[in-house]
Write a protein that binds this ligand. Structure first.
Ligand code: Z5A
Length: 215
């Protein structure tokens, strides 16, 4: 029996439907009996949620990409020590809306910060911890931005140029190719029922994994 929990992350660009589908995934996994902690980044702790607010609120001054990078890793350090590691150590599974792949995609791809810098902070903050399983909701940028736009109230990052989001998407797809063992790519451009059908298959795979790990 495997005593450490499974670390599952959900990733994707703006408006691809992460929030909507996190709920579906959570319901699906709980229905399969999975003992689950659901959380998000940036955030997941009181300090992390404050950092999220600081990071996402539109501001007059230009935020230095390095400042943004350090903010996400500061929130992540707290999240790991307060929520993620204790949950995994206790054998719970953790379902996290975004994690460090978002840093590679947004700060590495979008902001074009050097990848070795992200990697160095990843090692410093996380040690060897990496997600076991990552679900990437992928859709053309125009579709995601149109969905996010319909919702209104764009935050500081959502106000970026299309080219920024194209780099984010390209980085995610590259990560999925490089780590194909842990990635499952979902076509999020499809209708919601079609996206849910793809996610239901992934849930089945995960539920099988949960059963196999039980004593
Ligand atoms: N960020 C970062 O830069 N670096 C990092 O390391 C981390 C994060 C961890 C907050 O993330 C920001 O933090 C994010 C990256 C940055 N950028 N921004 N801004 P977030 O995940 O909280 O925020 P988000 O990416 O902006 O998510 P979102 O805007 O809430 O979008 P979403 O969750 O992907 O979509 P949604 O709210 O579920 O759906 C959007 C609309 O589309 C909604 O009306 C749905 O009903 C509709 N929808 C959803 N699916 C469908 C389908 N299939 N068909 C039709 N309509 C649909």
């Amino acid at each position: 029996m495997e005593s450490r929990g499974l670390f599952i992350t959900v990733e994707g660009g703006e408006g691809v439907g992460k929030t909507t589908n996190m709920r579906f995934l959570e319901d699906c996994l709980r229905a399969a009996g999975v003992d689950l902690v659901v959380t998000r980044e940036p955030g997941g702790t009181a300090l992390g949620e404050q950092i999220r607010e600081v990071m996402l609120q539109p501001r007059e001054e230009l935020v230095a990409p390095e400042a943004e990078l350090l903010l996400v890793f500061a929130a992540r350090a707290q999240h790991l020590s307060e929520v993620i590691l204790p949950a995994l150590d206790a054998g719970h599974w953790v379902l996290c809306d975004r994690f460090t792949d978002a840093t590679y995609a947004y700060q590495g791809g979008g902001r074009q910060l050097p990848v070795p810098l992200v990697r160095e902070l990843e090692q410093l903050v996380q040690g060897d911890l990496r997600p076991d399983y990552t679900i990437l909701l992928d859709a053309p940028v125009a579709i995601g931005l149109s969905r996010a736009g319909d919702r209104g109230n764009l935050d500081r990052i959502e106000n970026e140029q299309v080219a920024f989001f194209e780099r984010v998407r390209a980085t995610y797809l590259q990560l999925a190719r490089e780590s194909s063992g842990r990635y499952r790519v979902v076509d999020a451009a499809q209708s919601l029922p079609e996206v849910e059908a793809q996610l239901a298959k992934i849930c089945q795979e995960l539920a099988g994994c949960w059963q196999a790990r039980r004593p």
